[in-house]
Design a protein around this ligand. Structure first.
Ligand code: ZN
Length: 354
């Protein structure tokens, strides 16, 4: 047996005994989970009856230690530090054959379609355990998946340095996207949020301009930073109607607007706002998950290096660190607050350190 946080139904999370998973084919590894995160995408699963099945163990952002390898495993050994690669693609899907692993219909996903990492142990296919550099801590390892989401958007839009960049929404993905845009050579970065604390965090991480969207003049103010030209690159990470519209207003002529945030609400666009796409000849694109060829992709290789080399500021992204046993009460308490304060991390098997 092991301990796990199990979702039995809407808002029914319990910390309980659960059968310890076992390797059932030669190509799997058994992972002792060390640090496991709570993702924004887990909110609807826990609070809006959006889990694929019950009871389920959620958790797709986690790091751990390989403690057992199947007989055919060749790229990992017992004692390796890993981070979970949650997407299990259907490799026969035409999209996967083209290297677009997350765009197929029949993929599986650790922590949403199969049991995940809010538990002491998880069995993963060998290809779904990313071997972390030795200098990468478990806490950092738990950030690899959200970090790859940020890097994927920049990867598929052929992001280049030397440009003016706007990032809307300073949640976990927004703050990571902003830092990646900076590392990849942005000329100036302007960030947007309604929370002054989040903007302050962004400033500490290297944002050049921080604009509070509660300010009625926020668009004019922001465009002023580009001498009225608008931004060459706009990265939308909040997934709410307000910022989805703001992104179109912030882009300059021929600008690129990338939608990263997952939308949850209806969006009503007035014709004069939609027309901005025409008038400015905008390049509109979207990003989904974080995978590219060869699987899992550049996002994971580069992301793990950024983490191992401590090139990202992660501590301000963390809202709190708890034991796995504290996860149900922590999640249920936080969930009742509309505002998301940042990433919740759960330490498992004593794994909060390196
Ligand atoms: Zn996630």
């Amino acid at each position: 047996m092991m301990k796990a946080v199990v979702l039995h139904g809407n808002k029914q999370l319990t910390y309980e005994d659960w059968a310890k998973p076992e390797i059932n084919n030669g190509k799997q590894v058994l992972v002792e989970v060390k640090v496991s995160g709570f993702c924004g995408s887990d909110l609807p699963r826990v609070f809006e009856e959006r889990a694929h099945f019950y009871p389920i163990i959620l958790g797709h952002e986690f790091s751990g230690l390989v403690v057992e390898c199947g007989t055919e495993v060749s790229t990992l050994s017992v004692g390796d530090k890993i981070s979970c690669i949650p997407l299990i693609p259907d490799m026969h899907d035409p999209n996967s054959l083209m290297g677009n692993y997350a765009l197929g219909k029949n993929y599986s996903f650790v922590g949403s379609r199969i049991h995940g990492g809010w538990a002491e142990y998880v069995v993963l296919p060998e290809e779904n355990a990313f071997h972390l550099p030795v200098s990468c801590g478990y806490k950092e390892g738990a950030f690899l998946e959200p970090l790859t989401v940020a890097l994927h958007a920049l990867n598929i839009m052929d992001y280049q340095g030397g440009k003016t960049v706007a990032v809307t929404g300073m949640g976990t993905i927004g703050l990571l996207t902003m830092q990646c845009a900076r590392i990849l050579g942005a000329r100036k970065i302007c960030v947007f949020d309604i929370d002054e604390q989040r903007l302050e965090a962004a400033r500490d991480m290297g944002a050049d301009f921080c604009v509070n969207t509660a300010d009625p003049d926020h668009v004019e103010k922001a465009l002023g930073y580009t001498n009225g030209k608008g931004f060459e690159v706009v990265l939308e990470t909040a997934g709410v109607p307000f910022t989805e519209i703001l992104a179109l207003k912030l882009a300059g002529a021929k600008g690129s607007v990338m939608f990263i945030g997952t939308p949850h609400k209806n969006l009503l666009i007035e014709p004069e706002v939609f027309e901005l796409i025409n008038r400015k000849e905008l390049h509109i694109s979207g990003s989904w998950m974080s995978y590219s060829a060869p699987f899992p992709g550049w996002e994971w290789e580069f992301g793990s290096e950024l983490l191992a080399d401590n090139r990202l500021s992660l501590d301000p992204l963390i809202a709190g660190e708890f034991l796995l046993s504290e996860a149900p009460s922590t999640i249920l308490n936080i969930g009742q607050n509309a505002q998301k304060p940042g990433k919740l991390l759960f330490s498992v098997n004593g794994g909060s350190g390196k």
